[in-house]
Design a protein around this ligand. Sequence first.
Ligand code: FMN
Length: 262
Amino acid sequence: MRTVIYWFSGTGNSFHVASALQGGLDDVELISVVQALDGDMEPSQRIGLVFPVYAWGPPAIVARFIEKLPSGTPDYLFAVASYGGHPGSAIALTRRMLKRRGLVLNAGFSVRMVENYPPMGGAPEEKKQLKINDAAETEITTIIARIREGATGDFSKKSLFFSLFGRLVYPMFRWALSRQSRSKFYADEKCSSCGICVRVCPAKNIELPDGKKPTWSNRCEQCFACFHWCPEYAVQYGKKTVDMIRYHHPGTSLKDLMLRQE
Ligand SMILES: Cc1cc2nc3c(=O)[nH]c(=O)nc-3n(C[C@H](O)[C@H](O)[C@H](O)COP(=O)(O)O)c2cc1C
């Protein structure tokens, strides 16, 4: 059965999951949500969505992508949410968004990976990252087996508290995102104007005026790719991030994200 997996990823966790699914299932095409939003989408027998959890729900760009999905019902539709602490209502909200489009989410999964959101503390030190990423491999293997057998249901991590909390906070997150004015991102004196932040940004939100430092506009998706992939650790978010750990999934390269998001 041909499968198209649409993915969105800032620091490569979700891209790694999508690549692992491609390796574990047959006849899989990976398409970035960013590219899919720009072009026409073909119906497919099996469709997968892989994305990070933002504020206990799916990223806004994934919600916009769902609005654009072709309406022909696939034989099997699954979603995998990568998260750092708790996925909250990410799968339930995705199911609801798909239902509004007349599509049924056959199976929903979550996989714990390294946290990448600086305002919540950001990534832990490397030893802990390795432990988390190792455990994720086991979870991904189980997800592949379940997809292969066509399992149906919500297999994501559950918590009544985080689910209710997510349903409250998620709309506020989306509201704040739609009303961005001044960006909290800036480049400090370490910036070498290499332009990686510009190229890795899925929202085309960063500009690099000739010979100057990058500037951020108001279309940010909050993926923090610019922050984590900056080779000089020069991209900051507010005043408290200078000493924070930068992270990207060790199995994902900058090229993986840049080539597919450009
Ligand atoms: C804006 C933002 C919000 C986040 N919110 C949550 C959250 O509500 N729950 C959670 O467990 N992780 C949260 N995270 C962490 C990411 O979901 C997690 O690190 C994910 O694996 C990152 O995937 P990526 O590398 O594919 O971007 C958040 C990250 C960002 C950037």
